[in-house]
Design a protein around this ligand. Structure first.
Ligand code: SF4
Length: 324
């Protein structure tokens, strides 16, 4: 897709620049991941936050190998035939969680369209192992879409992660071009279904911006997410990993990210992260604490309102879907 707004020669703005990963924490995290034969999305996706996160020993483990069976045009992860599933992986993830001393861990995976269950069983094993080894660590999973894998989602939800994250990635108009193996409404329905199956699980989803989407399209995605009762939205800048990946159309300004954050909050998300360097797992532990607090506050407010006389006009103003 060629765009009028071609910025390929444009330098990164100051707000995108990050420090080189040179800390001892970074080296320790790197060594531990290699010793335990674990992959991380931090490295594979060339995440700009790796210096900051790994210094604090916050890494997002990527299970089910380092090769993805899809070929999304924005993603830096290697594509091809999936690796054999490592039976030691759940144990090694639990060991890594203990060594990192995390209160909250994020586990993601490559897409495994080649496996009959899409990798659901390995997610379940990892969750179970973590529950046994690190019972105080809360668990967030960032899953593939389990498209054409009947029963896979139900299996993973039954394992009771604390947060179920699946990224919509972009606006529906760009799916065919950017995410050809996926379907926007399938991904949305997946998250809706999580809530139907277990309303206690927090749901989370994210998009990248700077791919040529309009503001109106982003606001529509927010409305769609709220219709699926998604609790937490993340919005971050797309960064083109190599020249072979889909072209960056524009750097979205920090002011526009703040505007998106305000609009998202007004639509009723429990929590919002919107900034140039926001990524699904960035500050996930702190965000989880805020999610829990926001849910508790909302429940308390609802109880108070239940006792108050109903004002129809005020109710209409409170409905997050009334905006836009
Ligand atoms: S933001 Fe997430 S993917 Fe990026 S380095 Fe931090 S933990 Fe890893």
């Amino acid at each position: 897709m060629k765009t009028e707004n071609n910025n390929k020669n444009r330098r990164k703005p100051d707000w995108i620049r990050v420090k080189a990963p040179l800390s001892k924490g970074y080296s320790d995290t790197f060594r531990m991941m290699r010793e335990l034969n674990l992959n991380t999305v931090c490295e594979q996706a060339a995440c700009p936050n790796i210096g900051e996160c790994w210094q604090k020993k916050h890494a997002t483990v990527m299970i089910l190998g380092d090769t993805c069976t899809r070929a999304c045009r924005f993603c830096n992860i290697k594509t091809g035939k999936g690796n054999p599933v490592d039976p030691m992986e759940p144990e090694n993830v639990a060991i890594a969680a203990g060594k990192m001393g995390l209160n909250h861990i994020v586990i993601t995976s490559v897409d495994r369209d080649d496996l009959p269950d899409g990798g659901a069983d390995q997610f379940v094993r990892v969750i179970q192992r973590l529950r046994t080894h690190a019972p105080d660590t809360t668990i967030e999973i960032l899953t593939p879409d389990f498209r054409n894998k009947p029963g896979a989602l139900e299996q993973v939800v039954a394992a009771k992660p604390d947060v179920f994250n699946h990224n919509l990635e972009t606006v529906p108009r760009l799916y065919n071009y950017i995410r050809p193996g996926a379907r926007y409404f399938h991904s949305l329905r997946l998250l809706d279904r999580v809530k139907e199956l277990d309303p206690t699980i927090f749901t989370k989803s994210g998009i990248m911006v700077g791919l040529g989407e309009s503001e109106a399209e982003v606001l529509q995605v927010m409305n769609d997410m709220r219709s699926a009762d998604i609790d937490f939205i993340t919005i971050g800048q797309y960064l083109q990993p190599t020249k072979q990946h889909v072209e960056l159309v524009e750097y979205i300004t920090p002011e526009q990210f703040s505007k998106y954050a305000r609009r998202a909050k007004s639509k009723g998300f429990l929590h919002v992260a919107s900034s140039p360097l926001t990524r699904s797992s960035h500050h996930a532990g702190e965000d989880f604490e805020q999610l829990k607090a926001a849910r508790a506050n909302r429940a308390a407010n609802r109880n108070i309102k239940m006792d108050a006389p109903i004002d129809i006009d005020e109710m209409a103003k409170l409905n997050p879907l009334n905006e836009d």
